[in-house]
Design a binder for this molecule. Structure first.
Ligand SMILES: Cc1cc2nc3c(=O)[nH]c(=O)nc-3n(C[C@H](O)[C@H](O)[C@H](O)COP(=O)(O)OP(=O)(O)OC[C@H]3O[C@@H](n4cnc5c(N)ncnc54)[C@H](O)[C@@H]3O)c2cc1C
Length: 835
């Protein structure tokens, strides 16, 4: 057995096998895959093998698209039949709202070039004659996907991997990981058989590896323990049943007809596909329990749980109603197995938190569908430094260190239940909430706040009616303008015309100090560092020159900085910052001390033309009338002020693009400060404002949002931010950014869309002649222009003011015009206003 490799992949399911294959394909010739039992003996062996394209996320759509195309090539490469049946995939809708969902999905699919067709009930019947189409609105049909044999495709990938030099060792279990400073020392135990169980033998081995990837499926909790990190991948019980042959189906096929496409009745929460003259029914029922949250018992091998027919009775009966020929068909087989989930239902793919050269590929619930693409894009990250697509939405660090097993269990069970719910873009999932609340939470709630969840924090999305029933926000959701829209509009207007107060406590906050702080930040970020007392907006780049993080940097002293970044990405930003600082210290011997102070500081953003009127009432200063004047408190500066009895680090910036300040305050004084400001604001019409209005307003100013316009698939130059790039200095990722040029460019568009809907920021863009030229990354409504607004990426030559484009919304093309950068107040006059 080899004792040193470049990359060691742990886990021989579909995912690990694909990763090993793709690492070898990407050029690494020293890759080993370890499996504690047999290949496919985890969840992979009992998967139903469906390969659905349907997914609302841009990154995941790319991953699924790659898998489907890749699996079609495997037989030619390996000579092994991967068992791919391209039968198509027909997803039915019982309601107009479900059709809206499909249309929102379809425009995202188009951004990735995924083909689809629409079907009327009559066309569904033609394509799927055994179905009862009563009560159906229509369907979306994917002609190019279908289902695959999970074991066959894994074996084909394993053969392909071996052909490319990968060594696959079975019956070796990884029992320990140790980082030596330059490589991983991995301890293994040879596994043996005893009474049908898999048991450790006396034989052990140590392997050193430059990189390790864990793809341990249901064993993720054990992996987490071995690594000393948290991995919120916990399985949920999932079942499917196989029926006896259905005489009607047998007759249909004997008449020479092709296989039926996979059929999904999302509103009834099930899928059905053909299986040897009978059917497979796969329900996503309520109350499926999580399992193995403290690890997989030794006695559980390639085992299954007993069938729980009662739990899926509703879905079973609904199948009989929809496919009447199944009524008299008996059950032949059943599968109830662990299926790994994560709190948001997406896998965890990327660098492990806090560790070097340790990569996670865990928590796959559609792992057969995702394996190909996950392997491809993870190998890109490992071999080239970055993937072609922004993998942040799948990054293992998108859940903070505050997570616990109980939390993950609740969220993962919810993710399972939510597979077939309507995936409203304005959805806020309810499980395990409220959990992280700042002191003003109850006060905001009393004012009608409807909360969203950002990195676990409760943050007001908008303020609804005071007497709103519990279900208000749920009922207010829509694929078009939801019931919350009018409240967000009033809030946006309040900021443009009066004054509003936004809770931005969720922001990630770090201090950077030490004798190397200035030198470190100067090479870590692309903009000039601010002078003492001033602030700057700047970007940390990836090794590929794309945007890794956006920071507002406040400089409090020569080597004393306060960094503010997006709230949703606290752990993700922390990890990158700390690792970069460690590298710097090793290279220079200078000291950089990073502290995550997110939970110590609350943040309120107060903005609007009447902001000074409110703050002047409560600021304690020898001359309150001038304390906030341009002279004493210029735009883009920071000062320590006192608001009543609360010490505040005030920063003169406003993400809404209006005159305003961010008020960073000790979190324990937040309730006091909230009361103080709300009371002072009474006579000035101060309105509490939520994140939805803020999101619209920042688009009027073309302020890019992290995770939307800013991410690892575009450079700051492509985000069209030249004023925040200091070309006169050297910084990390600069050469790579320059080498990339500008492949596509960020712009803002005003949109004449449907009367009852705005874009969500996932829509495809065309020229009037019909050429696909880009996509939106943000969308909403502009109160200043009284029409829809969006931001997105298009071909650079089109990103000029006045270019006419078309945006696809609800299956129609609508006029969109590229505006100037910052169409509202392009000269920043209101934001700089003196007073
Ligand atoms: C009933 C059911 C139906 C499903 N249907 C579908 C479907 O239709 N389509 C779809 O896309 N997905 C489906 N899935 C989900 C799919 O099965 C999983 O997402 C997929 O198999 C995950 O693959 P994996 O490689 O991540 O994990 P696994 O297949 O579980 O592989 C992990 C491997 O790691 C090994 N391992 C763990 N720890 C160690 C260690 N320390 N040392 C060495 N080896 C280790 C394990 O032995 C195991 O073989 C279904 C799941 C279930 C339960």
């Amino acid at each position: 057995m080899k004792t040193h490799v470049k990359a060691l992949v742990v886990g021989g399911g579909a995912v690990g096998t694909s990763i090993a294959y793709h690492l070898a394909k990407a050029g690494w010739d020293d890759v080993m895959l370890l499996e504690r039992d047999e290949l496919t003996s985890g969840s992979t062996w009992h998967a139903a093998g469906l390969l659905p394209y349907f997914n609302m996320s841009f990154a995941t759509t790319h991953i699924h698209d790659y898998s489907i195309k890749f699996y079609k090539t495997l037989e030619e490469e390996t000579g092994l039949d991967a068992g791919f049946f391209i039968v198509g995939n027909l997803r039915m809708a019982q309601t107009k709202e479900r059709m809206d969902e499909y249309m929102v999905y379809a425009t995202t699919a188009e951004t990735c070039g995924v083909p689809y067709e629409w079907m009327t009930p009559a066309q569904i019947k033609e394509r799927w004659p055994l179905v009862n189409v009563e009560g159906l609105e229509g369907a979306i049909y994917h002609p190019t996907d279908g289902y695959i044999n999970p074991a066959d495709v894994t074996m084909a990938m394993a053969k392909g991997a071996r052909q490319r030099g990968v060594v696959i060792e079975r019956k070796w279990q990884v029992d320990g990981y140790e980082w030596t400073g330059s490589e991983w020392k991995v301890t293994l135990t040879k596994m043996g058989e005893k009474g049908g169980n898999l048991v450790p033998t006396e034989e052990t081995q140590v392997i050193t590896a430059e990189h390790v990837v864990t793809a341990t499926g249901n064993h993720a909790q054990r992996t987490a323990k071995l690594l000393g990190i948290k991995i919120p991948a916990i399985p949920v019980e999932h079942q499917f049943i196989v029926t006896e042959p259905d005489p009607e189906l047998v007759k249909y096929r004997e008449a020479g007809n092709e296989q039926h496409p996979v059929l999904r009745d999302a509103d009834a929460k099930w899928y059905v596909r053909e299986e040897r003259g009978g059917w497979i029914l796969g329900p996503y029922e309520l109350n499926a329990p999580a399992c193995f949250q403290y690890g997989v018992p030794d006695s559980f091998r390639a085992d299954l749980f007993p069938l729980d027919l009662e739990r899926i009775e509703e879905e079973y009966m609904s199948m009989i109603e929809r496919i009447p020929s199944t009524e008299t068909v008996g059950l032949k087989d059943d599968f109830n197995g662990p299926i790994c989930y994560t709190p948001d239902g997406n896998p965890l793919i990327g660098p492990a938190p806090g560790l070097r050269n340790m990569w996670l590929a865990e928590g796959f619930s559609f792992g057969i569908t995702a394996a190909g693409g996950a392997g491809y894009y993870l190998a890109q990250m490992m071999v080239e430094g970055e993937a072609d697509i922004d993998m942040a939405s799948l990054d293992p660090k998108r859940f903070g260190d505050w997570q616990t097993i109980d939390w993950a269990v609740e969220k993962n069970e919810e993710s399972y239940e939510h597979v077939y719910i309507l995936h409203h873009p304005d959805e806020e999932r309810p499980a395990a909430r409220p959990l992280r609340t700042a002191p003003a939470y109850e006060r905001q709630k009393a004012l009608g706040a409807q909360f969203g969840c950002v990195n676990g924090w409760e943050r007001p999305n908008y303020y609804g009616p005071l007497d709103a029933p519990e279900s208000f926000d749920h009922d207010a959701r829509s694929f078009r303008r939801g019931g919350w829209w009018k409240y967000a509009m009033e809030e946006a207007k309040a900021i443009r015309e009066g004054v509003g107060l936004i809770d931005a406590t969720a922001f990630a906050k770090h201090t950077v100090r030490g004798n190397g702080a200035t030198e470190f930040l100067d090479q870590f970020t692309c903009n000039k560092l601010p002078k003492i007392g001033r602030i700057n907006l700047t970007y940390a780049l990836t090794s590929a020159g794309t945007t890794r993080t956006e920071y507002t940097i406040v400089r409090n002293g020569e080597n004393d900085y306060y960094l503010v970044s997006a709230g949703a990405w606290q752990a993700y930003d922390h990890d990158y910052l700390v690792k970069a600082a460690e590298d710097f210290m090793e290279q220079t011997g200078k000291l950089v001390i990073i502290q995550d102070v997110t939970t110590q500081w609350g943040v309120f953003a107060i903005a609007g033309p009447k902001t000074r009127d409110v703050l002047n009432e409560v600021i304690r200063d020898a001359d309150p009338a001038t304390a906030l004047s341009n002279k004493r408190f210029p735009w883009l500066s920071a000062r320590q002020i006192e608001l009543g009895m609360c010490p505040v680090n005030a920063i003169r910036v406003a993400y809404t693009g209006e005159l305003g300040w961010e008020l960073h305050h000790p979190i324990e004084m937040q309730a006091y400060l909230w009361d103080l400001l709300m009371k002072a604001g009474e006579k000035h019409g101060l309105k509490p404002v939520g994140a939805r209005a803020q999101n619209w307003l920042r688009q009027e100013k073309s302020y890019r949002a992290f995770g939307n316009e800013l991410g690892r698939d575009a450079t700051p130059a492509e985000a069209d931010l030249p004023r925040f790039i200091d070309n006169s200095k050297e910084f990390y990722g600069k050469a790579e950014m320059e080498a990339k040029g500008v492949r596509s460019k960020c712009c803002t568009l005003l949109i004449d869309g449907p009367e009852d809907a705005d874009p969500w920021g996932r829509e495809v863009l065309y020229t009037p002649e019909g050429e696909r030229v880009g996509r939106l990354t943000s969308g909403g409504y502009s109160v200043a222009f009284e029409q829809s607004i969006g931001m997105g990426y298009i071909k650079p030559e089109l990103a000029v003011e006045g270019t006419k484009l078309k945006v696809k919304m609800f299956d129609k093309l609508w006029d969109a015009t590229v505006t100037c950068d910052s169409p509202y107040d392009p000269k920043n006059e209101t934001i700089r206003k003196d007073g």
